[in-house]
Write a protein that binds this ligand. Structure first.
Ligand code: SF4
Length: 322
C-alpha cells in the first residue's frame, strides 16, 4: 500500500522497575508491548483504551519524545529510529502533537503570537513579517481573531486554548497530527465544536490524524479506523463502521457499552466493564483481559491470543474465535 504515511512495527516500551538499596532491576513495566499499525494518508486512526493502556506512550514514541525499547516507526518511508537528533528535529515539522491539557502545553508568560511563532523560528521558516502574517491567518483558521495574538493563554477559555494548541500544531504545515486526548479536558458542549474544527481542518489541509482517546464515543465520528489497546497491546483494530456495528473483542464490547447513547432503549444488552485495570507491572498471564472478561475460558488463563485477521480488514486478539 503506497498511500501509507505512518507504519509502526513491533513497537515496545519497557520501563525498568528497580528496587532495594542498590536499585537493582526487578522487572519491567511493559507500557507498550509489540504494537503494529499503519495510518494511510488523509485518514484518521483512533487509538482507544483506558488510562495506562499505553496509547499516549505510543503517541509520544512516534514523535520520539520517548525512545522506543524496540520496534520501528516508519514515516514517509523513513525509519525514524535511524535519524540523528538534527534529522529528527527537521522531521517534526511534518509531525506535530496536540495535547490534552492546552493550558499546560502553552507557556503562560508568552503571548499567543510568540507561542504560535515559535515552531516557525525553530524550523527557520519565513521572515519576521511572514511569521506574524501566518499567526494571524492560523488564528482565523481555527476560529479565533487576529487581535487575539497579543493576549496571554489565561485570557482564554478551555475551548479557545485548545484552538490555540491546534493552531500551533498547524503552523509548520504538518502532514500528521498526533492528537492525544485533545477534547478530554473540555466541557462536553465544547468537545463537539473542537472535533468539528479538527474535521474541517483535515479536509482543508489534507491532514492525517492519529487520534488518541479513552472513550470510544469521542472517536466515533472522526475516525476511519479504530484500534483498541489493553495493557500495552492492540486487542482489536478495524474500520470504525465494523468496530461500532460488530465489535469482536469482549473488551471493545464492554467499552462500547459504556458509551452514553441518547436513547437508553437502544442500548444493547451488554455487560458493563467491571473490575480494575490490572497493574501493567504485573499483567495477568494468558489473555491480559481474562480477569475482567465475562467470556473467559480455561485457555484464556494460560495462552495469550495473538492479533489475527478474523474477517477481511478486521483484526482481534481473542480465543473466542478459535
Ligand atoms: Fe475474554 Fe478469553 Fe477473549 Fe481474552 S481471549 S477476551 S479472556 S474470551
Amino acid at each position: 500500500m503506497d498511500d501509507i504515511l505512518l507504519k509502526v512495527e513491533g513497537l515496545k516500551k519497557y520501563f525498568p522497575i528497580t528496587g532495594g538499596i542498590f536499585g537493582k532491576k526487578k522487572g519491567d513495566v511493559k507500557a507498550v508491548d509489540d504494537v503494529d499499525f499503519y495510518v494511510r494518508k488523509g485518514e484518521t486512526l483512533g487509538l482507544v483504551g483506558e488510562s495506562g493502556c499505553g496509547k499516549s506512550t505510543t503517541g509520544r514514541m512516534l514523535m520520539r519524545l520517548i525512545e522506543p525499547t524496540e520496534g520501528q516507526v516508519i514515516f514517509e518511508g523513513k525509519d525514524l529510529g535511524k535519524l540523528n537528533a538534527n534529522e529528527m528535529r527537521k522531521m517534526r515539522k511534518d509531525m506535530q502533537m496536540v495535547f490534552q491539557d492546552p493550558f499546560a502545553s502553552l507557556n503562560p508568560r508568552h503571548t499567543v503570537e510568540k507561542i504560535l511563532e515559535e515552531p516557525l523560528i525553530v524550523h527557520g521558516i519565513g521572515t519576521a513579517k511572514e511569521r506574524k502574517q501566518r499567526v494571524k491567518e492560523m488564528l482565523e483558521v481555527v476560529g479565533l481573531s487576529s487581535y487575539h495574538a497579543k493576549r496571554y493563554p489565561h485570557q482564554f477559555s478551555g475551548g479557545q486554548r485548545q484552538r490555540i494548541g491546534i493552531a500551533r500544531a498547524l503552523m509548520t504545515k504538518p502532514k500528521l497530527i498526533i492528537a492525544d486526548e485533545p477534547v478530554s479536558a473540555l466541557d462536553v458542549s465544547i468537545q463537539s465544536q473542537v472535533l468539528n474544527l479538527l474535521e474541517d481542518l483535515q479536509k482543508e489541509f489534507q491532514l492525517t490524524y492519529l487520534f488518541i482517546a479513552h472513550d470510544l464515543g469521542v472517536v466515533r465520528h472522526i475516525s476511519d479506523r479504530v484500534g483498541v489497546m489493553y495493557l500495552g497491546r492492540l486487542v482489536e483494530i478495524t474500520t470504525a463502521e465494523k468496530l461500532y456495528e460488530k465489535p469482536l473483542h469482549p473488551y471493545t464490547q464492554a467499552l462500547l457499552a459504556a458509551v452514553p447513547i441518547p436513547d437508553p432503549s437502544l442500548k444493547k444488552a451488554r455487560e458493563l466493564l467491571t473490575g480494575d485495570l490490572p497493574s501493567p507491572s504485573d499483567p495477568p498471564k494468558g489473555c491480559a483481559f481474562h480477569t475482567r472478561c465475562k467470556e473467559c475460558m480455561e485457555v484464556c488463563r494460560t495462552t495469550r491470543p495473538e492479533l489475527r485477521e478474523l474477517e477481511p480488514g478486521h483484526f482481534a486478539a481473542c480465543h473466542l474465535y478459535g
